[in-house]
Design a binder for this molecule. Structure first.
Ligand code: ADP
Length: 259
């Protein structure tokens, strides 16, 4: 559970900019996400959605602006308006409090599903092995894979691997979960099982930011959608409302193309 003060956003991104070489990919992003909220980032390919997600988790370093998660400034110490870069250790700690699920599942191929889920708690959090394995079994049960605990990734379908990846992220007890197109590498018949797990997670109150092209998931599960294009937020609002009645031409064009 988050310790955020009621009313204060769990994620507060302010005027975030990011460039790769001379190309500015994020041009001043302001996004707030409240505790327990599910927000889907929508928008055409190349609009900066993945980059923004990676900036929250400090897999990319921002060039300007600030991101707070649970009241903590990511990556920097702000002393009277001057920013000092945090130590690598502190940044790793901040990152450890945020779960991320990628398009590619990135499981350790030589470890079983159970070992993959227990790895972080044992190696990074230095928790007791017995306790970590017990919790890993519970998490695999939660994502419907109790029977597959001793299987290696190569023995699992893509959908099952992605569910293990979700369980692995949850094992670190994150205060926030980021999903970067978690179903786009899957065969169509395997998409539903992953979205079902995400839906259950949302219903259990997890704060989630999800980059996806699954519009029905965005409409039915997300509280809010944020539509990005060209490195800016073009439109945002309650998911059902924005998807049914987009106001901006760019949102309309995008939705027409994918609906
Ligand atoms: P989206 O998730 O909306 O498809 P991305 O955030 O993946 O958009 O990409 C936004 C832009 O940033 C694209 O033009 C992409 O080529 C560029 N980009 C992303 N990562 C890098 C990188 N590591 N180096 C250079 N350019 C990048």
């Amino acid at each position: 559970m988050s310790t955020t003060t009621p009313g204060k956003p769990l994620v507060h991104a302010l005027n975030v900019t990011k460039s790769f070489h001379s190309t500015q990919v994020l041009k001043g992003i302001d996004i707030d996400v409240h505790s327990g909220e599910v927000v889907c980032l929508l928008g055409p390919s190349g609009s900066g959605k993945t980059t923004f997600l990676r900036c929250i988790n400090q897999l990319e370093t921002i060039n300007g602006g600030r991101i707070w998660v649970d009241g903590e400034l990511m990556g920097y110490d702000d002393r009277d308006g001057t920013l000092y870069r945090l130590s690598d250790k502190r940044i790793a700690q901040q990152r450890g409090e945020i779960g991320m699920v990628f398009q590619r599942f990135n499981l350790f191929p030589h470890k079983t599903a159970l070992q993959n889920v227990a790895e972080g708690p044992i190696q990074v959090q230095k928790r007791s092995k017995a306790e970590a394995l017990k919790e890993a079994r519970e998490l695999l049960d939660r994502v419907g894979l109790a029977e597959r605990a001793d299987h290696y990734p190569a023995q699992l379908s893509g959908g099952q691997q992605q569910r293990v990846a979700i369980a692995r992220a949850l094992a670190m007890k994150p205060k926030l979960m980021l999903f970067d197109e978690p179903t786009s590498a899957l065969d169509p018949e395997l998409v539903g099982e992953v979205l079902d797990v995400m839906r259950e997670l949302a219903e259990a109150g997890m704060t989630m930011i999800v980059v996806t092209h699954e519009i029905s998931f965005a409409r039915d599960v997300a509280d809010r959608v944020v539509f990005m294009d060209g490195g800016v937020v073009v439109e945002e609002g309650p998911s059902k409302e924005v998807i049914a009645r987009p106001q901006h031409e760019r949102t309309k064009t995008f939705l027409r193309r994918i609906l």
